[in-house]
Ligand binder design. Structure first.
Ligand code: ATP
Ligand code: MG
Length: 265
């Protein structure tokens, strides 16, 4: 029996709840073999990010080559990319390998408010990575930055999705985790909008929701699911993992990545 393979290209979260660590836990929850290319190492806990150490772009490229030349990947998730030269290196190697099924989580700011993408890297991400993405998953703040407009309501999410789609990704999924009343995510494929509705859960334990959601989508794609069913399953998983989240550390607590029976939840 072949085991689906998924690769995450992202930053390390020493706190274990977001970044590479959340991605690998999520891949495991979906019975997918997880591989990781680390772009930056963060010193981070539930209270915030106290340091970021970027890896040299050439070494990020070398990790990508090592993984894709030997294992290959059925889907790839991109998370924290930190700097413009790292964005360039990632785009260049993904193109060289003809990578497919790419989920781009355009990580810009941590939940704690700390910057995870330098401002000049944003332009590189738009120019080099949006055109490679099957789906890009901005939260409200990132959608606003990418679309150049305020994004606080569902109609604004739709307009931002249209504008971002014009920059080249096949699908845009604007996440509603920061909406006031609901947690509805909106998908735009250039023709129709599809809504993924979910209850808004009151919880402090939400560290890594975005990383977890995008890697769950990549896991579904790696398993051969089409995008919409992959998003539906990812939404069910992240909702259950938030509902069963727990306090660890003194700030924003963790998701229960090892939540059971989320498919039936
Ligand atoms: N309080 C909540 N209740 C229910 N669902 C939520 C909640 N917060 C986030 N979600 C869901 O989690 C997923 C991730 O969305 P979110 O907007 O939190 O991403 P993010 O801001 O990128 O997260 P992060 O800060 O971890 O990067 C989406 O499906 C969103 O709807
Ligand atoms: Mg995020």
């Amino acid at each position: 029996m072949t085991v689906p393979r998924a690769l995450t290209i992202a930053g390390s979260d020493s706190g274990g709840g977001a970044g590479i660590q959340a991605d690998l836990k999520t891949f495991t929850a979906f019975d997918v073999f997880g591989m990781s290319v680390i772009t930056a190492v963060t010193a981070q806990n539930s209270l915030g990010v106290t340091g970021v150490h970027d890896l040299p772009p050439a070494f990020v490229a070398r990790q990508i080559d090592a993984v894709l030349e030997d294992f290959g990947a059925d889907a790839i998730k991109l998370g924290m990319l930190s700097s413009a030269p790292i964005v360039e290196a990632v785009a260049e190697r993904l193109q060289a390998h003809g990578a497919e099924r790419i989920v781009l989580d355009p990580v810009m700011i941590a939940k704690s408010g700390d910057a995870l993408l330098r401002p000049d890297a944003r332009d590189a991400l738009v120019a080099r990575l949006l055109p490679l993405a099957d789906v890009v998953t901005p939260n409200l703040h990132e959608a606003a930055a990418l679309a150049g407009m305020p994004v606080e309501t569902e109609p604004e999410m739709e307009e931002a999705a249209r504008r971002i789609h014009a920059r080249g990704p096949r699908h845009v999924l604007v996440k509603g985790g920061h909406l006031k009343a609901s947690a509805t995510d909106i998908l735009w494929d250039g023709r129709t909008f599809t809504r993924f509705a979910g209850p808004r859960l009151e919880s402090r334990n939400t560290h890594g929701t975005g990383c977890t959601f995008s890697s769950a989508i990549a896991a579904g794609l790696a398993r051969g699911r089409a995008l919409e069913p992959a998003i539906r399953a990812a939404k069910a998983y992240v909702t259950a993992a938030i509902r069963e989240g727990f306090q660890v550390g003194h700030g924003v607590g963790a998701l229960r990545h090892f939540v059971r029976d989320w498919e039936r939840a």
